[in-house]
Design a protein around this ligand. Sequence first.
Ligand code: NDP
Length: 405
Amino acid sequence: MSKKTLIIGAGGVGNVVAFKCAMNADTFGEITLASRTVSKCDAIAKNIQEKTGVQIATATVDADSVPNLVQIIEKLKADIVINVALPYQDLTIMDACAKCEVDYLDTANYEHPDTAKFEYKEQWARDGLFKDANIMGLLGSGFDPGVTNVFCAYAQKHYFDEIHTIDILDCNAGDHGYPFATNFNPEINLREVSAKGRYWENGKWIETEAMEIKQVWDYPEVGAKDSYLLYHEEMESLVKHIKGLKRIRFFMTFGESYLTHMKCLENVGMLGIKEVEHKGMKIVPMEFLATLLPDPASLGSRTKGKTNIGIFAKGIKDGQEKTVYIYQVSDHEQCYAEVLSQGVSYTTGVPAMIGAKLMLEGKWQGKGVFNMEEFDPDSFMEELNKQGLPWKVMEMSADESRCVN
Ligand code: NDP
């Protein structure tokens, strides 16, 4: 019988997931894209029909409301819910899936709207609920988190007996021509990059000031770029699941212009997430800023250049020290030509589709709540090559590095 797929969230990532599910309609069957604003779903559905000939349905949903979610999941008799709304909706969507006994997948971990802090605690706490409902929840099936977790699992399986250090490297060398814009949801993006940095070493989390640690990494097909240490959510699960790990860090590239704008916005209070009074109205500065900034979904047609995201791992194999760099390069213009989205949405949406595909095909199976590195990475790596995100492995000697400062 044909499967029924519900995608929630019609932003930049939702567009790619809907396109890619439609391009794999044999697996995803009847596809519905639902979001707060149905006109955005309709516009995506029209593009999909024109470019692929596949028809998808659209609907309105308030993903903050469990009853509303239950109603739509039951009405559609969905086999899987792919959550690409915002991290604020993770818990309500998970709870609705548990009530309806339907599998769940997302790309970003839960964040409370009033606290700029993201962690897996509340999603992991639903493991029992998911087990009782006999369903599977796959957390963080985007690129980072997502593919980066799978790269770590792949390195662990094929290249190392023990991995000692991992640096996750996220480089976006795309240029959209605006002095300042974010490549995915502005609020989520700015909360992430303005927060304190954090990395894990010898069993402890070490906190840094935001952007305090800078290194220059040389990214294949892109070149050397200033890269800043950030806290990123996949580290929380990887420290639990990668054998022998002594240190894990995450670096992301930022240009001078982005950092100068961000510092200035922070200094004047525009990154605030608490309500302030403005002419008798309550506003949240960060939300207002997000309204002013270009919609990330609109950057697609203007963005040129490449992304390069990967993991740089050092460890031991057969008693010898070694270094492996696994990475993926995407070209913004090629992504746009295929699915009308820039590379950041593309590199997130394709892995979301792949995770859901492996679940529907029964290749990744389980009852409860899981992170990506808990499954056999090979089928996911194979799909990446087939579905538009080909990757490469560079094996290096123990003392070689791509960090150039
Ligand atoms: P956008 O802001 O472009 O899209 C989010 C969509 O969710 C919008 O269409 C919005 O509604 C919809 N939405 C928000 N709140 C609700 C609600 N209460 N009910 C129904 N729909 C709602 O974000 P992106 O597409 O850039 O990002 C989507 C997700 O992907 C985010 O969680 C982000 O953190 C994650 N992400 C993950 C990455 C990874 O590599 N793992 C990288 C980049 C992003 P509306 O219909 O009104 O527009």
